[in-house]
Design a protein around this ligand. Structure first.
Ligand SMILES: *[C@@H]1O[C@H](CO)[C@@H](O)[C@H](O)[C@H]1NC(C)=O
Length: 362
């Protein structure tokens, strides 16, 4: 009898415990910082400190940024990660560049950007325009960790690194500035599926290294429909095809599928890791194909210059010309021939916060 009731009690406990867990309010671990790696989609001005032609720290860039400052962001205003910082409740709506002399370790303790415009997963991509390769971005992160430990003490610095959300946005340049652009020999060395596999292998090694350095909550943004960038549309038009370049779009989709499989596999291998793909392809393609649904007027050309090829210095050359830029960038999906306007970035950021960056719960 006693034995039977003990079994009953155990059964009850087994039932009660999961029920209690269900009833507990969801406790979200505080996000301590937002740490950014990648390319021009998220560079906050690191390239200003690098001798490269890929820069944007001059008008008309930044004209809608607070103070109208051209920070080196490839936008008329803020970029997606600036909006993540706001949404994650970090107390500011921007992420400073690690190489920006206006900021110090006390500023970087709640967020820092190591990204470099023109960079890629493939080190050959970063060499095309002499920008900061991804391995060097990781070196800067190591240095940051040491500076953070000196600033906050080892335990607190460890907590910041472990509690941070990591945003990675890279890979487009490997295709548009390297593989398809024939600036390197990659097209001769690899088919598109082989190059995709090569890139995703590099992404895997990078993520494993970040994990080894203490990162746990990582969002890797998938590639957008890069065949619909005004630059690629214009090239497709020149080849008399018109519309988006579907070969580029197919490469982006292939990369995203391989990335998702790798991330699922790697995440299962690393205890305590929460690595996710921030899926942007369908959402952004929807904006580009039906701009009016989202309050945009044009998605086929950028706001700057002719909108078909200018970015960086060629865009800057239009700054003073009458009609050199569109009067209201909010009506455009693209700011220059490659990069979204602040308003488009805000929309994409909202989508990615909803789906990924705002959902790191453990
Ligand atoms: C994100 O979620 C908010 C709140 O649910 C919603 O209002 C907004 O429309 C969503 N935005 C996007 C772009 O999905």
């Amino acid at each position: 009898m006693a034995a039977a009731s003990a079994v009953h009690a155990r059964r009850r406990r087994r039932l009660v415990l999961p029920l209690l867990l269900l009833l507990l309010p969801v406790v979200r671990a505080r996000v301590t910082a937002l740490i950014v790696f990648g390319d021009s989609t998220v560079d906050a001005g690191n390239n200003n400190a690098v001798p490269t032609a890929v820069r944007s720290n001059f008008p008309p860039y930044g004209r809608d940024f607070p103070g109208g400052r051209a920070t080196g962001r490839f936008s008329n205003g803020r970029v997606a990660t600036d909006f993540y910082s706001e949404a994650l409740g970090l107390g500011r709506g921007f992420v400073p560049a690690y190489l920006d002399p206006d900021y110090g370790i006390q500023d970087f303790a709640i967020g820092v950007c190591f990204a470099s415009a023109g960079s890629g997963l493939d080190v050959a991509t970063s060499r095309v325009f002499q920008v900061i390769p991804l391995w060097k971005q990781v070196e800067m992160f190591r240095e940051y960790k040491a500076r953070l430990a000196a600033h906050l003490g080892a335990a607190e610095a460890h907590a910041v690194v472990a509690g941070a959300v990591y945003a990675v946005s890279i890979g487009t340049n490997d295709f548009i500035e390297n593989y398809f652009a024939l600036t390197t020999t990659r097209l001769l060395e690899f088919t598109v599926p082989e190059y995709t596999e090569y890139l995703v292998g590099l992404a895997r090694a990078f993520l494993a290294e970040l994990y080894g350095l203490g990162a746990r909550r990582i969002g890797f943004t998938g590639l957008a429909a890069m065949g619909c960038l005004p630059l690629e549309r214009a090239r497709a038009r020149a080849l008399a095809r018109g519309g988006c370049d579907e070969a580029y779009n197919a490469a982006a989709r292939g990369f995203n599928a391989a990335l998702a499989a790798m991330v699922a596999d790697l995440g299962a291998e690393l205890p305590g890791a929460d690595i996710r793909v921030a899926e942007v392809y369908d959402f952004f393609e929807g904006v580009v194909r039906e701009p009016a649904r989202h309050g945009f007027v044009r998605a086929d050309v950028g706001c700057c210059g002719t909108g078909t090829y200018e970015m960086g210095y060629p865009c800057g050359a239009w700054a003073a010309a009458p009609g050199g830029t569109c009067p209201d960038a909010d009506r455009y999906v693209f700011w220059d021939a490659v990069h979204p306007t602040e308003r488009a970035s805000r929309l994409v950021a909202e989508h990615l916060v909803n789906s990924t960056f705002g959902r790191f719960d453990n």
